[in-house]
Design a protein around this ligand. Structure first.
Ligand code: APR
Length: 238
């Protein structure tokens, strides 16, 4: 079986990392237009660096939860029968990797990497990032930014993502509000191709009506149960 899983901030919520659109979420406290756009970075790079430095420190202090671990197991388990997991995440944290998932497709980039806005080189970067840091590739100072996709920028890896979605037998969305495109459109594309669609979320997402089945509740409970059932190692029911 080929499964396409799309995760959002909700899967990392139980690791203590904030979601964006829940009550009290990140976009309740901060204005995305002042922190998550190229124009915001050009206007006030220090403020943008401070925002992402805080989130990078939170990420490094956080630990993967049972839902991340279950998806790591699913990736390995599917391979046994010649199947495959295509794990696409909107999250910029590294909790999927730290839970054992390989080949994680970060369509919105990664907080653990820096991008040079001048020469476009990227490199691993797990410390605070600032305007005095130098790009090791081109030597310029002040051009490094978090390697994350801001509003108005193209997500990473879309051709590969679209190709994997078209080849999948099952589409699963976990912990995403379905508010941001193009990720929010994946369920519609899957349905048009006759692919079964499943949603795991705390509550109804914006495109809940597009899913064949939905399981509501914390991902740390629903996802391990789902994976255990799928791999034939657990109880009944989703
Ligand atoms: N288990 C399952 N779902 C949860 C949990 C939980 N413990 N906690 C919260 N959720 C759900 C919320 O109810 C919400 O529907 O996860 C969803 C998170 O939605 P958002 O905060 O909008 O996050 P996401 O969908 O990932 O946002 C997409 O928006 O701002 C951009 O780049 C940012 O990647 C992000 C994108």
């Amino acid at each position: 079986m080929r499964i396409f899983v799309l995760t959002g901030a909700g899967i990392s919520a139980d690791s203590g990392l904030g979601t964006f659109r829940d009550a009290g979420g990140i976009w309740d406290k901060f204005d995305p237009m002042k922190l998550a756009t190229p124009a915001a970075f050009a206007a006030d790079p220090e403020r943008v660096h401070e925002f992402y430095n805080l989130r990078r420190r939170d990420m490094l202090a956080a630990r993967p939860n049972a839902a991340h671990v279950a998806l790591g197991r699913l990736g390995e388990g599917l391979k046994v029968d010649g199947g495959a997991l295509f794990l696409c995440t909107q999250n910029i944290d590294d909790l999927h990797e730290r839970a054992g998932s390989r080949a994680v497709h970060h369509m919105h980039g990664r907080l653990s990497r820096a991008l040079c806005s001048s020469c476009r080189a990227t490199r691993e970067w797990r410390a605070d990032l600032g305007v005095t840091d130098r790009c090791a590739a081109c030597g310029r100072v002040g051009t490094l930014r978090p390697d994350v996709v801001w509003f108005g920028e193209m997500p990473y890896g879309m051709p590969e993502i679209e190709e994997a979605l078209a080849r999948s037998d099952l589409f699963v969305a976990i912990g995403t509000s379905g508010a941001v495109y193009p990720a929010a459109e994946f369920v519609e594309i899957a349905r048009m191709m006759g692919i079964l669609t499943l949603e795991f979320n705390l509550g109804k997402s914006a495109n809940a009506h597009l899913f064949d089945e939905s399981v509501y509740g914390p991902a740390i409970e629903s996802v391990p149960r789902f994976v255990a059932r799928l791999l034939g190692t657990g109880g009944e029911g989703l």
